[in-house]
Design a protein around this ligand. Sequence first.
Ligand code: HEC
Length: 243
Amino acid sequence: MTRCMRLSVFLLPCLLTTACQQDMARQPAYRPLERSEFFADGRASRPLVEGTVPWRGRTGSEPALTVYRRGPEYADAIRAAALIANPTMDPLVTLSLLLGPGTADYVDVPPIPIDKAALERGRDRFNIYCSVCHDALGTGNGKIVERGYLQPPNYHLDYSRGFERRGQKVLLRQVPIGYFYEVITRGFGGMPDYASQVPPEDRWKIAAYIRVLQRSQWVPLKDLPAEERERIRAELTPREEHK
Ligand code: HEC
């Protein structure tokens, strides 16, 4: 074998691989909604087959159930459009648009009646989907966190990280209930969303159950019935005297 032949034996696979790589880079793939000469109607994206069931976003429930912010004027798309249409907008307004919705933008009453059965369903779903990280009481010490997952905030003591990012200090105890719905639907930071696992009606029931959990762990003394108040006072007094 001449030196040159040996070199070509070595180079041949390299050349072949390069050619192959270029073919892969130029696959006959379409981007969504691109034009195509291949199909008679000139569209690359094909119409859905009749009877297709959308998976993501499939609710099977009334649209009203999925509204967790007040009014369409708060939709993200409209915010963005307003900014683009009016770049000279008052800087403070622009800032609030960029930061995202404030507490007042979220609904604070669920659109479904919350009775005992709804709360029981909420507890059931919470224990299945949320407690693995947030734990059954919502203190943020679930099993997955014990194994090293990012620690979620404590529902009873911590400020909302979502609102903090928007420059607002709001305790999770005080965020409007529609915000819980949003976090379940869209996820937040290190938390995945549960839109495909939890249908809208159950999201509201979970949200309502979180409120109950919060109430169970943090109730002002004045909101308790008189006899409960007295019982707790009696229990607290010895400890205070002890100090
Ligand atoms: C896999 C773990 C995990 C599961 C399961 C989970 N979360 Fe979370 N959650 C987190 C983490 C982590 C954060 C904090 C994320 C961050 O700060 O980036 C968080 C944050 C939150 C917050 C607070 C957001 C804020 O503004 O501070 C709420 C409310 C919440 N989760 C609700 C839920 C609900 C309701 C469920 C069940 C449907 C759920 N989470 C399931 C991990 C989880």
